[in-house]
Design a protein around this ligand. Structure first.
Ligand SMILES: Nc1ncnc2c1ncn2[C@@H]1O[C@H](COP(=O)(O)OP(=O)(O)O)[C@@H](O)[C@H]1O
Ligand SMILES: [Mg+2]
Length: 344
């Protein structure tokens, strides 16, 4: 009776704590929050000015003493305190009603996370009000989110291209068999675009402009129709703002380096996969998730490089949080995939 009563009152939460975006899912309500993992902080007073969308809008535009921080930037927790502030704010925002029972929280984190970082996420969530905290590896959550049969003795391969990292995992029988995580993802793509524009035109553009370029005309392979767009930046010689037209051809060339790093990681993961499971992957292909999988032609490139079917999921930005939500709803079923932590 008490069990059912507490389920009814529960406000359990699933969180995809991404390097670029954090999503929150609540059973019965679906995805209730989807915001950039950014916090704007006053460097002098440590006062937090904004979190999420509002903070991202401030990136690169703040007065000197206010800095917009991405605490998860490189796929690890760069700043424990800021991560905690961010989690607390996102948890607060996603709970409309006040509950008597503190929530249980399942959080998906990069699979390469260290023990210290694991503890930091757990502590942050507890300090932010969680009663119990469970961590799951992001690629497993992604696989569950897209409905792959992760509990079967067959191999499921997922490549998740996020902001700070690309994670490749082979999952079978609720466990990770092969796991590779590299610190190359959407941020790196933005970075090489900034570099290219600087080198080729002496023009300095911001990260947000570079991201816009990537999303608008960026591609991993020649898709047959080249495109152009206008960008604005600051001329490094005259110091004056300037407008420039750039083409998809040069952006693809700039993106070639991060692309080859992703391809190399994928090949390494395939080499490390036991032959029996590799056979399953040949049959079923590789599932691609994460925001980076929306880059034009990246599926075509990976298919050409591996000769394997590549399946881009319908909504690559939400499958991790949806998978985390499924785990939250069936904690006993997924017991084996919960990351272990030494202190509980
Ligand atoms: N249409 C698109 N084309 C290329 N990259 C995209 C597109 N949409 C989003 N991205 C990139 O995806 C990344 C964020 O993906 P996400 O899966 O949310 O990352 P994380 O899980 O690390 O938070 C960002 O680098 C963003 O620029
Ligand atoms: Mg992610």
């Amino acid at each position: 009776m008490l069990g059912r009563f507490s389920t009814y009152l529960s406000n359990d939460i699933a969180i995809d704590l991404g390097t670029a975006n954090t999503l929150v899912y609540i059973k019965g309500s679906g995805i209730v929050l989807n915001e950039p993992s950014v916090v704007a902080v006053d460097q002098k007073t440590k006062k937090v000015y904004a979190v999420g969308h509002d903070a991202k809008a401030m990136l690169g535009k703040t007065p000197d003493h206010i800095v917009a921080i991405r605490p998860m930037k490189d796929g690890v927790i760069a700043d424990f305190e800021i991560t905690e502030v961010m989690l607390r704010e996102f948890i607060r925002k996603s709970q409309k009603k006040r509950f008597f029972i503190r929530p249980r929280i399942v959080i998906s984190v990069p699979s390469g996370i260290t023990e210290v970082e694991r503890r930091a996420v757990i502590d942050s969530a507890q300090n932010a009000g969680a009663r119990e905290v469970y961590l799951v590896a992001e690629p497993i959550a992604a696989a569950i989110g897209v409905g792959l049969p992760v509990d079967k003795p067959s191999g499921n391969m997922v490549i998740d291209i996020g902001g700070g990292t690309t994670e490749i995992a082979v999952i079978a029988l609720n466990g990770i068999v092969t796991d590779i995580s590299i610190r190359v993802g959407g941020d790196k793509m933005d970075e090489v675009i900034v570099q290219h524009i600087k080198k080729a035109y002496n023009l300095l553009i911001g990260d947000q402009t570079a991201e816009q370029v990537k999303m608008t005309i960026g591609s991993a392979t020649n898709l047959g129709q080249e495109r152009e767009m206008e960008i604005k930046g600051r001329d490094l010689v005259s110091g004056i703002p300037k407008t420039l037209r750039i083409s998809s051809v040069e952006i693809r060339e700039a993106l070639a380096e991060p692309m080859s790093q992703i391809v190399a990681a994928l090949k390494t993961a395939l080499e490390q996969t036991p032959p029996e499971l590799a056979a399953d992957i040949v049959d079923r292909g590789i599932v691609m998730t994460g925001g980076g999988s929306k880059l034009g032609g990246i599926d075509v490139l990976l298919k050409e490089e591996t000769n394997l079917p590549i399946n881009v999921v319908e909504d690559p930005l939400t499958c991790v949080v949806l998978g985390t939500g499924k785990i939250l709803g069936n904690l006993h079923v997924y017991e084996r995939i919960i990351m272990k932590s030494t202190r509980l």
